[in-house]
Design a protein around this ligand. Structure first.
Ligand code: PNS
Length: 213
């Protein structure tokens, strides 16, 4: 309903408020993520930024750091202050159900994003009927990815114009701490506690699962 405030549209004309979740690892949040959250906020009555776990990735930042970064960035972004930031503790569809969210919003930088996102979108629909809306991101930010931001930071390159204010320092600190521990990505604790092995089993191939390599 053009010309009506968002609140009136949701409450009086559709009879309901549509809550959307923008999920992601946000390791770290980038300007590309903020662009998508802004587009989601222009489409839906309420938006939740969901800091979730991607089991195929080993995060550089803790969930608490990622939540803090997102909260500070949204507070500093006019029009996005009312976007909630929450941790998604398990399945995204469970989180959506509990939050009353019916839509997931994901940004697309290009075809590779679509190829990666489509199976997740179909799975979320299969599990709980949650629909995904794909939103094309700003082409000027198509090169911005959390993984590339971390890679540039690891080699001392400039990242401050790719992430919200203050985030570059957090990333550089985390990268330095990781490197001081003698690792680029690997979590400090192995998935399987190493035990003294009998000589006969010492030829077994060690697992690299969970190292993020
Ligand atoms: O930023 P990412 O890493 O591309 O985001 C992927 C993420 C975290 C949204 C996805 O892995 C996810 O939804 N994780 C929560 C657990 C879950 O629901 N997994 C099944 C996905 S179909």
């Amino acid at each position: 309903m053009p010309g009506l405030p968002r609140f009136a549209r949701g409450v009086y004309y559709r009879g309901e408020v549509t809550i959307a979740v923008c999920p992601g690892s946000f390791d770290p949040l980038t300007l590309g993520h903020l662009d998508i959250v802004r587009r989601a906020r222009s489409l839906f009555d309420e938006v939740i930024l969901g800091v979730a776990r991607n089991t195929s990735k080993s995060p550089l930042l803790s969930a608490e750091q990622r939540v803090q970064i997102a909260r500070a960035a949204l507070d500093a972004s006019p029009g996005l202050e009312d976007v909630r930031v929450e941790v998604v503790p398990g399945l995204l569809v469970d989180f959506c159900r509990e939050a009353g969210a019916t839509v997931v919003v994901k940004g697309l930088r290009g075809g590779a994003d679509f190829d990666a996102e489509l199976p997740m979108a179909l799975m979320n629909r299969h599990l709980e009927g949650v629909e995904t809306v794909f939103v094309p991101g700003d082409p000027a930010l198509a090169h911005v990815a959390s993984s590339l931001v971390k890679d540039v930071a690891r080699f001392g390159g400039p990242i401050d114009d790719l992430v919200p204010a203050g985030v570059g320092d957090v990333v550089r600190r985390a990268v330095a701490e990781r490197s001081a521990r003698g690792s680029t990505d690997a979590p400090p604790t192995p998935l399987v506690t190493p035990q003294a092995e009998p000589a006969s089993s010492q030829h077994a191939t060690p697992t690299t699962e969970g190292t993020g390599r």
